[in-house]
Design a binder for this molecule. Sequence first.
Ligand code: GLY
Ligand code: MN
Ligand code: MN
Length: 436
Amino acid sequence: MNETHFYARRQKLLDRMEEGVAIVTSAPTQSRSNDTEYLYRQNSDFYYLCGFNEDNSILILVKNPELTKTILFVEAYNAEHALWNGARLGVERARERFRVDDVHDISEYATMIKDVLREHINLYIDLYSDSTRLTEVKNAAQSLHSTRGVKRHIRSIHDVTHLIRSMRLIKSDEEIETIKKAIAITAEAHHTALRKCRTGMLEYQLQAAMSYVFLNSGASAEAYGAIVAGGNNANTLHYVDNRDELRDGDLVLIDAACEWELYASDITRTFPINGKFSDAQREVYEKVLDVQLRVIEAIRVGVKRDWLQMYSEELLCDALIELGILSGERSTLIEAKEHKKYAPHGIGHWMGLDVHDPCPYVDEAGESLAFEAGMVMTIEPGLYFRADDESVPERYRGIGIRIEDNILVTEEGYENLSAMIAKSVEEIEGICHNQL
Ligand code: GLY
Ligand code: MN
Ligand code: MN
């Protein structure tokens, strides 16, 4: 992605705005413990509009009949900061790099914001998470309200993230290439895990083998906390301890993936620690895989996301009936949400700059969105049978399986962007047996 792409996005946002002012801010740094910080992660909406990776920066878009203007506030170059944390881009270089109309030192923001808001009616801001900024602009608007000579005042506050995230829903070719890069590294990491897995290893050792691939390939970060869950740990959906031993005869569920230039991938594979599925594991695995393949196959332009969710629940419910875990009429079971006990999470989510891309799932009328070419989502059915769950035949207890791929909707139907990662029983056993 280069400045041409970011410029085009800012223009598109301006097109979608009514006359007014939009304010989008960078993410703050986060303290981890005294004097240490979490690895910085930019606010995805801010990054989407300017590709700038520094904290303490603000982007403002102004739209009125006389002029449309973009202003970026950045932290000035500061020798002290350069010594301890690295050089800031600074005002001058930001001016050269970004096709915005103005770049200012962030220290001027507090005074300039009043001038920027003057005579505007609509204010666009991150309404739901940026409470400090909201107070700041509200104070500026209030002060303008009682300033003599100002004729028009802020009357409507809109959520700017809704506009940006509607744009983020459809990925450009460049975004898809970036996601593919993240997936390619993640594919190598999953194949490394399949090859390196040995009975008696610790979950975090398998995680370390994958982290090595991510870092060694230059991935900017893991897209989320890796789940490496041996045996019954797979039945804790957000298991991130990753400290148990991997035991002979158990499966391991790995949900781990990296980011490339802040774009996520999100992949889960489940495989036998000793390289060979038991009959019971294989039976469940093939059911989950069959559901996943059928749901993916149903993806095409025009299909509604809610329909896909319902279809996946029907298929998972059928699988549970066929495995002898549920009995009765599918529709009655679904009505009573019986299947949710073993398949509690949704079929998937949008994916992009955030692993759970916060793009809308419904249109302005509240109706489920229909798929369009350029949307990217995960498809990740799972079945989870806790070791202590006596409602499940004994042979299936302790088995937790999820299979997750990243799917692009295309004009022709779909493209499975992670199709290169081993998934069938034969492919998985083939790789496990080929251990290094
Ligand atoms: N890794 C998070 C998820 O699958 O949604
Ligand atoms: Mn996911
Ligand atoms: Mn996942």
